[in-house]
Design a protein around this ligand. Structure first.
Ligand code: AMP
Length: 456
């Protein structure tokens, strides 16, 4: 099927041609015609499937008739992070270049006054993170009575970040008669409940990512001592033909340390994490896009939503706490049919984190010997190691139980603390390990970052 069979107008088709897309992705094929008829959409799709264009393209058509009024935007896109919001805005610029639609980005880190001036002039498309939009709503600078189309993007990530009460508050201020396009990579019960509340007779679309990372990314794992990790990384980078790479650390603190170390050793490196002021983040990203910076050291939250198509390498300086993050991380390379390479550095203590990743992949990650370093071995799994966010399988538990209690007790305390960190905790979350009366469960709202840090 071609783009010209989806019901899009000639100007949008021309813009798509200029961007260079030849055929619609499965979610675009299913979502665009339905959205153009005014139908609600429930899209279960993740980044990389072309979901952004699946709502941006029909929105451009729908909004092409009619005019924006001051302070009353005609459509609203809610998205969890600043980076995603900026990418959506870029999509509107690219696909809507033959239309005269105006847009405003309401995201943290950008002056409220500039945003407000834009709203005064009237906007067709409002792209916002929930916290910043609430700030504008509370100051009375914006009215949502004229919203005809609402998009909720990455609903499950908003849930993770604790934004659902804000989203509900915002949607409560929208007209009941509207079109809603709702996207989420996963559909846990809480998201399904929201979808039921926000959507009317939606067309449900489920798509899987174009290829599992296992097929397009060549993966390697090296076990090295903690003190050897930086040397190992440098050695691998030097031995590989690295065009541009993301290096992931589990902790913000390590992002800075590693970045400084790489710079000291002469690499064109930069750091990206949630605490950086927005202008610095934008500058850093721009330098990376232009290849002035080849190696970007990042935390998971800061790197989410980055749309860098031609990444040659991903390095996991740490095995992620959460196996899903492994997939997200390595999925940054090997895109658009190109071969990508992913290297993971594990320490002997990372037994269970590695086991969780291999369970998810359904296969072992091939080992890789780092030149000039003696390779290590993963330690035997222990009971403590098994107590991660994903309940460990019986196999792991029984092995652990076979180990004498004394041996379990001798596990060094810092390692235990590190592993027990809640896997999905955002970077600004307080170090809450458990809450009295709730067992080990920590409700998302307690881990929610302060509003100003909403985009992590
Ligand atoms: P998304 O899932 O929206 O984040 O899109 C993932 C990537 O696919 C982005 O780099 C888009 O520019 C690209 N993309 C979206 N639609 C198409 C298409 N029909 N053909 C080729 N690339 C596309």
């Amino acid at each position: 099927m071609g783009f010209d069979e989806l019901g899009l107008g000639p100007d949008v088709l021309r813009a798509i041609g200029d961007v260079g897309y030849e055929t619609p992705t499965p979610i675009q094929e299913q979502s665009i015609p339905a959205a153009l008829t005014g139908r609600d959409i429930l899209g279960c799709a993740q980044t990389g499937t072309g979901k952004t264009a699946s709502f941006v393209l029909p929105m451009i058509e729908i909004l092409s008739s009619g005019r924006a009024r001051a302070r009353m935007p005609r459509s609203l896109i809610l998205t969890p992070t600043r980076e995603l919001a900026m990418q959506i805005a870029e999509n509107f610029d690219d696909y809507g270049k033959f239309h005269k639609l105006s847009q405003a980005l309401l995201i943290g880190g950008v002056s409220m006054d500039d945003q407000s001036n834009k709203l005064d002039r009237g906007v067709d498309v409002l792209i916002a993170t929930p916290g910043r939009l609430i700030d504008h709503l509370e100051s009375g600078r914006i009215l949502l009575n004229d919203i005809k189309v609402l998009v909720i993007d990455e609903a499950d990530r908003m849930l993770d970040m604790g934004f659902i009460p804000d989203v509900e508050k915002i949607v409560g201020q929208l007209p009941k008669i509207r079109q809603t396009l709702f996207f989420s990579a996963t559909m846990p019960a809480e998201i399904r409940r929201l979808a039921d509340a926000f959507l009317m007779n939606p067309k449900e679309i489920h798509v899987t990512p174009p290829a599992s990372p296992a097929e397009t990314v060549v993966q390697h794992l090296s076990v090295v001592g903690t003190q050897d990790k930086r040397a190992a990384l440098r050695s691998i980078i030097r031995s590989e033909d690295v065009q541009n790479a993301l290096v992931f650390c589990n902790r913000k603190r390590d992002v800075d340390i590693l970045y400084r170390s790489l710079k000291k050793h002469g690499f064109a490196a930069a750091a990206l994490h949630g605490d950086m002021p927005q202008p610095v983040r934008l500058e850093t990203l721009e330098a990376f896009r232009k290849n002035e910076v080849r190696i970007l050291v990042a935390s998971d939250v800061a790197a989410r939503g980055l749309d860098i198509v031609d990444l040659s390498h991903v390095f996991n300086f740490d095995v992620p706490y959460n196996p899903e993050d492994y997939i997200h991380r390595i999925g940054r390379t090997g895109r658009a049919g190109k071969e990508g390479r992913a290297f993971t550095l594990a320490t002997p203590d990372d037994t269970d984190a590695v086991a969780a990743v291999t369970r998810m992949l359904g296969k072992e990650i091939p080992g890789f010997e780092v030149e000039g370093l003696e390779g290590g071995q993963l330690a035997e799994p222990s009971e403590k190691q098994g107590r991660r966010r994903r309940p460990s399988k019986a196999k792991t538990a029984s092995k652990a139980e076979a180990k004498p209690a004394a041996a379990r007790e001798t596990e060094p305390a810092p390692a235990r603390r590190q592993r027990r960190k809640p896997a999905t905790t955002k970077e600004k979350a307080p170090a809450v390990e458990s809450v009295v009366g709730m067992g080990s469960h920590v409700p998302a709202f307690m881990l929610r970052p302060a509003r100003s840090g909403e985009a992590g």
